[in-house]
Write a protein that binds this ligand. Structure first.
Ligand code: 5GP
Length: 314
């Protein structure tokens, strides 16, 4: 039996013209709103470096063609490109012209040849960015002055992005959350470990945990930036494994006596703790040959200058 719209009590004039019934249109409108939101989420993930544009494109191309509301598939190529930090509308248009992709194309609608051209372009761009960038890890024995050298770099070399670690210890007077550390609870630190948000982490001086949040590091490296971590030896070893391209720098005291003098002189630890830290320092000093570069901290400005020069050294 065939029925026409005229015989369906719920069908309005639109249905008679062959348009979807009201209820379908409402569902379609809701789906479109959800898709728009999902696309906005994808764009912001690209903008802040949580996803690479290539991963977004590949997700679109893995998805079946009939998934019309799929966030990645339905994302316009131009919107993907302009979400990339440093690419504005004019540059996006130029790139699309170069790759012969029409301005209105959505990722899912890009043909095979253009897909491969776009994938190559995105991969080459991220490779070039990564090549410009450099990750320097500053480690060294306790009391050698790592914190002072890194504070000097933070104050005098804004071109270097200093990673802000998460720690379970409480702030000291003058320390600001988000600037010196992210001061987090034990439960939050556990969550960061569980969700693989840390590039490395360690329990330092048998007391509190410290770790390097990974997303800001990846983001900065993708943007071609110079990134520095000031962490302990256990952390430096983990970075070596996780990111073999990182340059590991060991900060040395001018002499053992000077290290003892600095540790005792700063007066932040009681005598037994000083003794424990000196024992640790001996073990730490023995690890110096694992490092790519050694810098002697006789004078803070000079040592900081030597570390900063490593970012541009061949
Ligand atoms: P403080 O509590 O004095 O600021 O730092 C204590 C020690 O923790 C220092 O040796 C410092 O290098 C180390 N540290 C700071 N942040 C991190 C981090 O993210 N990871 C690791 N492994 N060590 C860190």
């Amino acid at each position: 039996m065939t029925t026409t719209g005229d015989h369906q009590p719920t069908a309005g004039p639109a249905a008679r013209r062959g348009a979807p019934p009201e209820v379908d249109r409402a569902a379609a409108a809701r789906a479109a709103v959800a898709a728009r939101r999902a696309r906005a989420t994808v764009k912001s993930a690209v903008a802040d470096g949580r996803r690479t544009p290539l991963a977004v494109a590949q997700a679109a191309w893995r998805t079946p063609a009939d998934a019309t509301n799929h966030a990645e598939r339905s994302l316009r190529v131009r919107d993907l490109l302009t979400s990339i930090p440093g690419i504005g509308p004019a540059r996006a248009d130029a790139v699309m012209g170069e790759l012969r992709i029409a301005r209105s194309k959505r990722l899912g609608g890009v043909g095979a040849r253009q897909r491969s051209a776009l994938a190559d372009w995105l991969a080459a761009r991220s490779g070039a960015r990564r090549r410009q960038s450099r990750l320097v890890v500053l480690a060294g024995p306790t009391a050698v002055g790592k914190g002072t050298v890194s504070a000097y770099i933070r104050d005098h070399h804004p071109e270097v992005m200093l990673s802000v670690s998460a720690t379970t210890r409480a702030p000291r007077p003058g320390e600001v959350d988000g600037v010196h550390y992210y001061f987090v609870s034990d439960a939050e630190f556990d969550r960061m470990i569980r969700e693989r948000e840390l590039l490395e982490w360690a329990t330092v001086h048998n007391s509190y945990r410290y770790g390097t949040p990974r997303p800001p590091i990846d983001r900065a490296l993708d943007q071609g930036k110079q990134v520095m971590l000031e962490i302990d030896l256990q952390g430096a070893r983990q970075v070596r494994t996780a990111m073999p391209d990182a340059l590991l720098v060991f900060l040395l005291p001018p002499s053992w006596d000077e290290l003892v003098r600095r540790l005792i002189g700063r007066g932040t630890e009681d005598a037994p703790e000083q003794q424990r830290r000196l024992e640790t320092a001996k073990v730490e000093l023995a690890a110096q040959d694992e490092f790519d570069v050694k810098v002697v901290n006789s004078d803070v400005a000079t040592a900081a200058g030597e570390v900063v020069d490593l970012f541009t050294a061949p």
